[in-house]
Design a protein. Structure first.
Length: 130
């Protein structure tokens, strides 16, 4: 784990490479060291229906949510969150002068009692290493 969900206003797809944004966030998460490779899942979802501030169509948004398991030190979680939002900010920086983007990021802790996980990727990766 974690699961990283990147929601973004659909107008950003015309202005930037959203696959590259997702790849950059995924790489930043791995570089941080908080998630294990086999547990990291990153996905991006455009939102076609949205309204931002006064409705100016040049505005965009990115809302990043990282869902992680409990048990990590608060400083580690904060560092991870900062790394993710800084990555989004850096990727979108060229847009900001003409197409301002509102960026938010949040970590949500997953209650292990309310989650079932069957990760066959972990087994596959372990077998590939031997």
């Amino acid at each position: 784990m974690p699961h990283i969900i990147i929601e973004y206003s659909a107008n950003l797809a015309d202005l930037t490479d959203t696959d590259a944004l997702m790849a950059a966030v995924h790489a930043a998460a791995l570089d941080d060291g908080l998630p294990a490779l086999y547990g990291l899942r990153t996905r991006a979802v455009p939102r076609d229906h949205y309204r931002i501030a006064d409705g100016d169509p040049s505005y965009g948004f990115v809302c990043l949510t990282a869902r992680i398991g409990p048990g990590r030190e608060p400083e580690m979680v904060q560092r991870f969150l900062n790394r993710l939002i800084d990555t989004v900010d850096a990727v979108l920086a060229p847009l900001q002068p003409d197409h301002p983007v509102a960026i938010s990021a949040e970590v949500q802790l997953i209650d292990p009692a309310l989650r079932i996980n069957r990760n066959h990727i972990r087994t596959h990766l372990a077998q590939s290493d031997s």
